[in-house]
Design a protein around this ligand. Structure first.
Ligand SMILES: O=C(O)CCC(=O)C(=O)O
Ligand SMILES: [Fe+2]
Length: 430
């Protein structure tokens, strides 16, 4: 260990993740610890020249699987890393807890061996994982019972709680009495209800695309000659409807205020930050959700659609700066079909402002129909088919075109086939 003392690419045996940076070695460590020290020192290095730069840009937290293994010094994880096949590599810090954490990892390994041999756990194998590098450390003492809702779900090997995940998985599937907002064949009626209600409330509905089997003699169809850039007839298209003046300036200000208070974060597509989506977002949960202004908006969406309020996801507040976009995608997520809340039936998309240039929502499969942002405008389209409300309607793929000049603020309300909130509150994935 003394040869490494002059090398500032290692940390001392007693460094915590925060402290470990070129600290001097502890020369007084007892000979009992020598073996562990060697193991420790050998692991506490950067294996790549860019480790420091990545660490400075937050990659230790964003990408722990790679970083905590290959950039341990920069991530200041100065302990032994235990890699295994039940989730993220586990950090064993060089602190008084060293032996105790090691013991938890050892017990988890034995436990997971039994779990992996038992068919009963087949459905939850991809969930019964340590989802954080500190699971084993946190599980010390009564950690799993102190914070059971997180620990038993996200640190199941360390807490030996795969049974908990199994029960949760069962509760997170719809039972025989699960109530659907609509049944197969009900989508056309739903849109008719929305359009009629919107007319009555003065939201000036406009139908940009509709199934040919539905009569277009109601006066809401976009006349062909009015806007040559958009199609007047998408042959047998899905429903695409806009409303005007659905939310007021005051509501826009309140929601934008919540967005900045909560902090817009770089959006993800699926669960990854990738270049298909470069905008930022904030979820309107908790105090934002309970804000009376937001509550009134929720009620208004419910009154118009007749879909229960609980079927809605929390509002997702969006912010696009110049050059930001969201490439072609569909809002339908296949794994939702088997979940308590079922698939997203429709997207209720609310624009907060007009954009100086660019920023439209385009439907490539519908002759490039493009709706421009405007304050208070709402764009509604289904993610599923009328004949099968559990199947994706691929025609409603869409993209948010890059904002060319100005900024774009908007919000997604995704309305599901069944109750969204019960599962969300139970900790079911969504
Ligand atoms: O910003 C838009 O126009 C559409 C955004 C979108 O498709 C989404 O957030 O899923
Ligand atoms: Fe979308």
């Amino acid at each position: 260990a003394s040869a490494a003392a002059a090398d500032d690419s290692v940390c001392t045996a007693n460094d915590t993740r925060e402290e470990c940076s070129a600290a001097p070695l502890d020369n007084e460590s007892s000979s009992d610890d020598d073996e562990d020290d060697d193991e420790f020192l050998a692991t506490c290095v950067d294996e790549h020249d860019d480790c420091k730069m990545w660490s400075d840009s937050g990659e230790c937290d964003a990408n722990p699987n790679y970083m905590l293994t290959h950039c341990r010094r920069s991530c200041k994880v100065c302990g032994i890393i235990d890699s295994n096949d039940f989730g993220k590599p586990q950090q064993i810090p060089r602190s008084n807890d060293f032996e105790a954490v090691k013991e938890i990892v050892r017990q988890s390994t034995e436990y997971m061996k039994r779990i992996n041999e038992d068919e009963k756990y087949e459905a939850v194998r991809n969930k019964c994982l340590n989802q954080h590098p500190d699971c084993s450390l946190w599980a010390l003492g009564s950690g799993c019972d102190d914070n059971p809702s997180y620990m038993k779900q996200h640190c199941a090997p360390a807490c030996q709680s795969c049974d908990h995940i199994l029960r949760l998985d069962e509760k997170c599937r719809p039972g025989p009495d699960a109530k659907n907002a609509i049944e197969n064949g009900g989508l056309d009626v739903l849109f008719q209800t929305i359009i009629d209600g919107a007319k009555e409330s003065g939201y000036d509905p406009m139908v940009w695309s509709r199934p040919t089997k539905m009569p277009d003699d109601d006066g809401y169809s976009k006349p062909c000659e009015e806007d040559v850039t958009n199609p007047c007839n998408v042959p047998d298209g899905p429903w695409v409807v806009t409303l005007e003046n659905f939310i007021s300036e005051k509501e826009v200000d309140t929601l934008k205020g919540w967005g900045s208070k909560l902090g817009y974060q770089r959006s993800q597509a699926g669960d990854q930050i990738i270049d298909v989506r470069t905008s930022s977002q904030a979820w309107c949960t908790a105090r934002c959700y309970d804000d009376p202004v937001v509550a009134e908006l929720r009620t208004r969406i419910h009154d118009l659609t007749q879909i229960p309020e609980a079927n809605s996801e929390y509002l997702q507040l969006l912010q696009y700066g110049e050059g930001q976009y969201y490439k072609q995608h569909n809002d339908f997520i296949e794994k939702h079909v088997d979940q308590l809340h079922g698939p997203r039936l429709l997207t209720f998309f609310i624009y907060f402002n007009e954009v100086e240039e660019g920023g439209g929502t385009r439907f490539p499969e519908l002759n490039n129909l493009t709706i421009q942002p405007k304050q208070g405008r709402v764009l509604i389209w289904p993610s599923v088919l009328d004949e099968d409300v559990n199947a994706q309607d691929e025609r409603t793929d869409h993209e948010a075109l890059a904002v060319e000049r100005g900024e774009k603020y908007a919000a997604n309300a995704w309305l599901h086939l069944r109750d969204f909130q019960t599962g969300f509150n139970m900790g079911c994935d969504s």
